[in-house]
Write a protein that binds this ligand. Structure first.
Ligand code: HEM
Length: 150
């Protein structure tokens, strides 16, 4: 892996800027889609409102969430190889958190499919708690990358 160190050359700050830009899109998507679910969850299956939320959620997932997540991963991994970050403590912790955040996105997609099938699987309160997950991860990840406490 060490032969990759520095491979981005003068492109490094551009890749880092692009990483932060796509992270903003990704996290924006992770804030908005579960928030849509809080409203969607309260609708009657089969109603016009239900169908409108299904459509909105589908668009947000396919236009924002999935592409922003994949591009963020590609750019983040390029930065990690460029820096040789796999040997560093802060990166191990960040890597674990981004894997968990990607898993959360899997839950978001699966939950959207359930709502679209007319299921209402969670209490409104549990759904609000699930809404806090991306915010908490953002705080922890940004501290890890900027402060690098270890
Ligand atoms: C998807 C997998 C991800 C990988 C593999 C990854 C990896 C990296 C790496 C290696 C750096 C380089 C640090 C440097 O150049 O000094 C970086 C920078 C950064 N990452 Fe990520 N990252 C990922 C996701 C995220 C997420 C989810 C967030 C925020 C919630 C985030 C926020 C940042 C920020 C703010 C920086 C800039 C830090 C600086 O200016 O030094 N990253 N990332």
């Amino acid at each position: 892996m060490s032969e990759w160190i520095g491979f981005l050359g003068a492109g490094y700050p551009w890749v880092k800027a692009a990483h932060v830009i796509f992270i903003i899109f990704w996290i924006a998507g992770l804030f908005i889609v579960p928030r849509y679910y809080v409203h969607h969850h309260a609708t009657t299956p089969g109603s016009a409102e239900d169908r409108a939320w299904i459509e909105r959620e589908d668009r947000a997932r396919t236009i924002i969430l999935t592409p922003a997540m994949l591009i963020s991963w590609a750019l983040g991994l390029s930065l990690a190889f460029h820096l040789g970050a796999f040997a560093e403590g802060w990166f191990h912790a960040k890597f674990l958190l981004v894997i968990l955040l990607t898993g959360y996105q899997g839950w978001v997609s699966a939950f959207g499919k359930k709502l679209a099938r007319g299921e209402r699987p969670l209490e409104g309160r549990s759904l609000r708690i699930m809404n806090e997950v991306p915010g908490i991860f953002t705080v922890l990840i940004v501290i890890l990358v900027i402060v690098r406490p270890f």
